[in-house]
Design a protein around this ligand. Structure first.
Ligand code: GRF
Length: 189
């Protein structure tokens, strides 16, 4: 079974959807950069090892990512799935995991990249937003797109209601796309 890691900084609902899905990989590690993040307790409930790595305790980003890399290598992790991980991936991890880091973003990229994509969509008054799953490169939400699904924006939507409908799509689309990547792409190597 392919070993994979999920990186998360927050509530971990996408991490949960991935861990609980039946996939051709096993999530051997959750990496979290925020010592108080709710995902840490969730991972304990799934019996998944959590590596809490606070960047503030390292001299620089390279040292921080090097510590993560060591842990990933120790666990023989082959794929990284970012699920609400609120940091840009630097060269240390990008070079070690070329084309093997995937992210989920709550908009139809390239629209509304960066923070608070849902707030950005509401402020722009678009009628359709959605979810994008993409490979990670050095930019902010700029890597090549693997899958997208649209979500209609309603007149009555608040940040919370749109967020809920987008997350419902995310929780299905992320596991489905990981399944696709690992069977269609990784399987051919
Ligand atoms: C998701 O909406 C994801 O698209 C974005 O961050 C959010 C994480 O939510 N990158 P959760 O922690 O998985 O609930």
């Amino acid at each position: 079974m392919i070993a994979a890691a999920v990186f998360a900084s927050g509530s971990g609902s996408n991490a949960e959807a991935i861990v609980l899905a039946s996939l051709p990989c096993s999530i051997e590690l959750v990496v979290c950069d925020k010592p108080e993040a709710p995902v840490i307790q969730k991972a304990k409930n799934w019996n998944t090892e959590v590596f809490v790595c606070d960047p503030k305790t390292f001299p620089d980003k390279q040292a921080y990512e090097q510590a993560i890399l060591l842990k990933l290598q120790e666990k023989q992790i082959k794929w990284i799935f970012l699920a609400g991980y609120m940091r840009l991936i630097g060269p240390t991890l990008l070079e070690a995991y070329q084309a093997r880091i995937v992210n989920i973003h709550p908009s139809l990229l390239p629209a509304f990249a960066g923070k608070d994509a849902i707030g950005q969509a509401l402020a722009a008054g678009v009628k359709v937003s959605g979810v994008t799953i993409h490979y990670v490169d050095a930019g902010m939400d700029t890597g090549s797109i693997i899958a997208q699904e649209a979500v209609a924006v309603r007149e009555s939507d608040t940040h919370e209601t749109l967020h809920q409908r987008i997350q419902a799509v995310e929780h299905k689309l992320y596991p489905k796309t990981i399944d696709y990547i690992l069977t269609e792409q990784d399987g051919k190597e």
